[in-house]
Design a protein around this ligand. Structure first.
Ligand SMILES: C[S@@+](CC[C@H](N)C(=O)[O-])C[C@H]1O[C@@H](n2cnc3c(N)ncnc32)[C@H](O)[C@@H]1O
Length: 216
């Protein structure tokens, strides 16, 4: 069953807020889930070390306040790079502050994108889209752009919040990705999430690069 286009969230001490599909999470709301307790739910090292190794260049699309950008910066090490992309400058400002505090600012590059254009051309070994795909109006366009950026054999991990995204909605997202040349293999089992690991077939990647330009 498809989930409704809106949900109410009751957060203790924070009142009641409405969250809409295909609307970017307002930056202040990100503190509701990206706070000191998040580490109890998600461990970036354990979740992503099967895909992210030292020296890699990786993309965190819809990075929010950078919970996973910082986790991946630790995994790629001093020779690697994390490109942290978000629509909202306020999110990116927090990423930069947190990265400096965590001592990994030298390996995180922030980039502000628009709703329908990531505006990134650097090729990446791995991409993460965590709890963000349901906020994107043109999901097919997002998958095409990611296909143009990922190196051959690179993985894309998508995770969607169960609270917003039903099993049917998630299946529909995977079908949309499939239509853009992606295949999916595993369900990496991430808490409170529906998740999948995807790879893009070489001919589809070439077509995506033709549309969006090649990386450098
Ligand atoms: C729910 S937050 C998740 C943030 C982060 N991935 C995390 O797990 O903490 C979703 C983020 O995606 C961003 N976003 C929404 N639509 C986007 C788009 N079309 N391109 C890039 N970022 C987008 C929002 O601004 C927001 O920061």
């Amino acid at each position: 069953m498809r989930s409704p286009d809106w949900v109410f969230l009751d957060m203790p001490g924070c009142g009641r807020s409405i969250s809409l599909k295909h609307r970017a999470c307002p930056w202040r709301n990100a503190y509701l889930f990206d706070n000191v307790l998040r580490g109890l739910l998600h461990n970036p090292r354990k979740m992503l070390q099967p895909y992210v190794t030292p020296g890699m260049t990786v993309l965190d699309v819809g990075c929010g306040m950078g919970f996973f950008s910082i986790g991946m910066a630790r995994l790629v090490g001093s020779d690697g790079l994390v490109i942290a992309v978000d629509l909202q400058q306020e999110m990116l400002d927090v990423v930069e502050k947190r990265a400096a505090r965590a001592g990994v600012a030298d390996r995180i590059r922030t980039h502000r994108c628009t709703d329908d254009n990531l505006g990134v051309t650097t090729k990446v070994d791995f991409a993460l889209a965590f709890w963000m795909v349901h906020e994107v109006p043109d999901r097919a366009g997002l998958f095409r752009q990611l296909g143009s950026l990922l190196r051959t054999d690179g993985h894309l991990v998508i995770a969607e919040p169960k609270i917003h995204v039903s099993a049917d909605d998630f299946r529909e997202t995977l079908e949309l990705a499939k239509a853009q040349g992606w295949t999916w293999s595993e369900d990496p089992r991430m808490r409170a999430s529906r998740s999948a690991v995807l790879r893009v077939a070489a001919p589809a990647a070439a077509e995506c690069r033709r549309i969006y330009g090649s990386g450098h």
